[in-house]
Design a protein around this ligand. Sequence first.
Ligand code: NA7
Length: 551
Amino acid sequence: MTNKKNIADQATNDFDAVVVGAGFAGLYMLHLLRDKLGLHATAIEAGGGVGGTWYWNRYPGARCDIPSMDYSYSFSDELQQEWEWSEKYASQPEILAYLEFVAKKFDLNKDIRFSTRVIGADYNETDHRWHLSTDDGKALTARFLISGVGALSTAAVPDIEGIDSFEGQSLNTSSWPGEGADLAGKRVGIIGTGATAVQVIPIVAEEAAHLTVFQRTPPFAAPLLNRPLGREEQNEIKARYKQIREDSWNAFAGVPFYNVRPSAIADTPEQRREHYEDCWNEGGFSLWLGSYEDLLLDKAANDTAGAFVREKIREQVKDPEVAAKLVPAPELNYGTKRQPCETGYYEAYNRDNVTLIDLKADPIQEITPAGIRTKSATHQLDVIIYATGFDAFTGSLYRMNIRGREGKRLQDHWSAGPRTHLGLMTAGFPNFFTVTGPLSPSVLFNMPLSIEQHCEWIADCIAYLREHHLDTIETMREAEDKWITHVKEVADSTLLPAAESWYLGANIKGKPRVFMVYLGGGKLYKEICEDVVAKGYEGFTLTATSQTRAQ
Ligand code: NA7
């Protein structure tokens, strides 16, 4: 190899900024860094195309359950006026097509390295740069490292004896084959009944010869009530987009609901019933996030919603014995785990070819070459679908082997749970940002909007450093401590930490139990982020390092 070639390699592999991921977060971050700040930036993406979550989760029935007009980028009015959604809640192929359209419109693909995984990221305290290695054997460096890997991108594979011995087809919803899976005439088993399984079960039930659902905890699912989105309705929304986006930011979870009442307890039983029916008939998250302000704060208020949903489940399932298994136990609170939205989920259990196994009464003993053996029976299967969730927030970050100052691994710094300031940065890891990272509103806020807010905060921060001839930003340990305490206090004022959910890592053996989502609401969170900036990046140390090369 000539020296010339080496120099050329170096030029292309030394970046101002590297973004990991090319989903909603990675695409917008890359656009801001490259097109707004004019930085030499690249994105590294494990998938063969853009889309992130919407690239990987191709299982039948996958769709968003926040209306697409809300669950979409707001940063470009041209884009939001231009794109047409065909349904109120878009399917995975349509959301993927939208993200592909965005990538093309902003000419992003040329700066994304696809089918490439970051396998190492080391902060070098001498040159103040991140040194990255990728699974194609390449090395690159960057002054800023920005993770856009998403909160739900590493599958949680259950630890069941004999799992590898199964001789049929094993499928995971989060890595569903792109070409689809032919389940016609097959005996299919599915493990899990979370939001994903609730979407996939009714569709598989129609295709498979027989479907056996292995349920550990029944969800409180409410109807999605998806429908086509007409041109006229869409244009009417587009005309009010500015206001709608503002309303989204003023709403607790980033989705505007216009009829939230203050207290389920303050209403009479008749008023409450009527309001619950209205929300139920509106569909989606209306009951969960749009009915009463105290639903997730007050046990008595929550019980009223829980009783309402239990009754609705019983009404939909013909066989009372099956219904009894599908109704969540009295001790479970409604909505403290994410509420799945369903389309034909409960109806599926009225079919002759669907069997429900209650794993609490009849636990799985092992997976055998021929199927799944529970305590009381052996279920012969051709296909097992794992809809068993994700190692949320930390899984994908840890897979990158990120090491900060003094070679400290991120997983060691976070051994007692994720430590961040605002979910954006972590002490000892200079110039490393996490878009919708742990301890930010992230998954309990409208994701595209929370992503935009984070990406803009990060881009503005990098611009500020440049304007002030500074090279590094790093959060302080005390700021982390303060933020962790605040996030915990807010979470503890709600009913959510009492649930065994992935919000606090309860689905992963050995994972520290820390509530990883900021529940103060998007509006307050945004104000806190802005206030930090107004106070000259309070809680952060900004430095000029003579050794960092000039940009
Ligand atoms: P979830 O919500 O974590 O659901 C996973 C499901 O898998 C849930 O029903 C689990 O039961 C079940 N599970 C997990 N491990 C096992 C084992 N070992 N045996 C039996 N059942 C098991 O993941 P989803 O993918 O559905 O949803 C995650 C998010 O993705 C969703 O909220 C959206 O934001 C998109 P458990 O409840 O733990 O008893």
